[in-house]
Write a new protein. Sequence first.
Length: 124
Amino acid sequence: MNPFSCLIIDDIFMNRILLKEIVKGFCTQIYEADNGKTAIELLQTHKINIVFMDIEMPIMNGLETTKYIRRRLSSPLCNIPIIAITAYNPEDFFDDYKDAGFNHLLTKPYSFSKIQTIVKALSL
Ligand SMILES: [Mg+2]
């Protein structure tokens, strides 16, 4: 398997564990952060291929973090694929998420097939 690393950003420990169980099927390295500020530091210091981003988090939420990555970080980091993870109906929020710079939305509950479909669509 080629090296493939992901960053899971969620303030809820159990959510990170659940997602980790799924992505470990295709990720050789998994990083975790519980807020956007820590996530940005990790992105700047580690080679990461894909980001799973919760929306509601303390310190720096998912929208703020994604906007920061897209607008403030330099290339190629600013183009990293970012998947929003949310329990909300995506129909209600999709325009906002696109404006913020998310590539895809992943609705809870997570499943291996949902994630696999997204990763394939991104051709990673
Ligand atoms: Mg949260």
